[in-house]
Ligand binder design. Structure first.
Ligand SMILES: N[C@@H](CCC(=O)N[C@@H](CS)C(=O)NCC(=O)O)C(=O)O
Length: 238
């Protein structure tokens, strides 16, 4: 049985990690049997990040490697039907969202003083005293340093927002005609992109990235279409 190790639910989201949700979507899409295992601390993961997956004794860390693994396992179930041009487009837009826009979403949760208490209580609130007070501060310092090293963290908030808007504008133009990133076909690339956006759009309360993402109606509609097509939602569905 496959085990997928993911971040805990928080902020009204049942799967808070975009890369965790992307992997979950791929497994559901390919009708793989699996168990979601909540793993509170990414530091215990093989590469210090979540998700990772165990499949019959094989451990795979990183959502892209997880998708590659299940693609091989299902004889090309995820990528086998895609042309070189589609793969190129898919990877390019995935990188834009997962390696650039992602950091703005992280900053909007972790580094906004007004929103930060939600992270502290959502991710660390269950820890024993005094760890629940110390661990979030150390983790926040780490996020701040990483955001600075990544580069976006060197800009003013207004500049960060402008970078995010340019990403979302590019994406809105790409998915506007829809229904999916590559047109009629729902593909694995939709899982990663929609997962990141769904977390930004639906986290409660909204962040500054929620407000910005909601400016782009084609992106909002696309995110809903992908979640509905897979039957996997980021938000808690009541
Ligand atoms: N490239 C990785 C990124 C995974 C990732 O950044 N996971 C975040 C949670 S969404 C994490 O575990 N962060 C903890 C850390 O960076 O210390 C993937 O696709 O799986």
């Amino acid at each position: 049985m496959i085990k997928l190790y993911v971040l805990p639910p928080a902020f009204g989201l049942r799967n808070t990690g975009p890369f965790c949700l992307k992997s979950e979507m791929a497994l559901v899409h390919l009708k793989q049997e699996f168990e979601l295992v909540v793993s509170g601390d990414p530091r215990s993961a093989p590469k210090g990040k979540l998700p990772y997956m165990e499949d019959d004794g094989t451990v795979i860390a990183d959502s892209e490697l997880i998708l590659q693994h299940i693609d091989r396992k299902t004889n090309g179930g995820l990528y086998g039907h895609l042309s070189d041009e589609e793969l190129a487009d898919g990877y390019a837009f995935s990188r834009l969202v997962e390696e650039h826009l992602y950091w703005a979403v992280v900053a909007s949760r972790w580094l906004d003083d007004a929103w930060w208490p939600n992270v502290a209580s959502g991710f660390f609130g269950e820890l024993p005293f005094p760890v629940r007070h110390i661990a979030p501060l150390l983790a926040r310092r780490q996020v701040r340093q990483t955001y600075y090293q990544q580069g976006l963290g060197r800009h003013s908030l207004e500049e960060q927002k402008a970078f995010a808007r340019r990403d979302l504008d590019a994406l809105a133009k790409k998915v506007g005609d829809g229904p999916f990133l590559l047109g009629e076909k729902l593909t694995a690339f939709d899982f990663g992109i929609a997962s990141l956006l769904a977390g930004a759009l639906d986290n409660q309360p909204g962040t500054w990235m929620t407000a910005i993402a909601r400016e782009f109606q084609p992106v909002v509609d696309y995110t809903e279409r992908v979640q509905a097509a897979v039957g996997v939602y980021c938000r808690e569905v009541v």
